[in-house]
Design a protein around this ligand. Structure first.
Ligand code: 2AM
Length: 175
């Protein structure tokens, strides 16, 4: 049976994505690496990995019924995942509302037979890949405030030179 590689994410507005791209450009002379394309920048809430096509269809159908409590995130720091050679932007501390959104999403996904990963949630927006120096720059641009009210279900297709993301469904804002 065919599978689809899926994840749930918060997707920034074009204006916020542009500001994040500026964060990436500011860090690149220091870290090296390759900037993510602006239109692909996102914050992953839940990475599902490859799932059967039938389950992918069921999730796409159910996602518009999933409500997400609106919240805000202050992206105020750079960080590095050395093993993955990633530079990211994220909040200094995970906001309680975002942690609740993550936990609630995984609880809901449990109804589809999917289990949360064992590692803690580290909210981040990957800005640079294949960095050459695994240290964040000393200077951080002014914080970015991200007000969110929905999440998207994204299919990721591997291509030579990167991934292509396709938004297959989105949750509805809370009334
Ligand atoms: P990353 O940016 O830190 O690599 C699509 O690949 C999204 O899912 C990216 O945001 C990526 O995070 C995340 N992702 C990929 N593989 C993952 C994994 N094994 N566990 C958690 N998140 C993953």
């Amino acid at each position: 049976m065919s599978t689809v590689r899926l994840f749930y994410a918060l997707w920034p507005s074009p204006a916020l994505a542009g500001s994040l791209a500026a964060w990436a450009e500011q860090a690149r002379p220091h870290c090296g690496g390759r900037a993510m394309r602006t239109e692909t920048l996102h914050l992953t809430l839940a990475f599902l990995g490859p799932v059967d096509a039938a389950l992918a269809d069921a999730l796409a159908a159910a996602t518009p019924e999933k409500r997400l409590a609106p919240g805000e995130i202050a992206l105020d720091r750079y960080g590095v995942f050395g093993r993955q050679r990633i530079l990211w932007a994220g909040p200094g501390e995970t906001p309680a509302g975002l942690q609740a959104a993550h936990d609630g999403l995984w609880q809901w996904l449990g109804g589809f037979g999917l289990g949360a990963p064992p590692h803690p949630f580290r909210p981040h927006v990957t800005l640079l890949r294949n960095i050459e120096r695994p240290e964040p720059p000393a200077d951080t641009p002014p914080p970015l405030l991200w007000a969110y009210d929905r999440m998207v279900l994204v299919a990721s297709e591997s291509l030579t030179g990167g991934s292509r993301y396709r938004i297959v469904a989105q949750s509805r804002p809370q009334p």
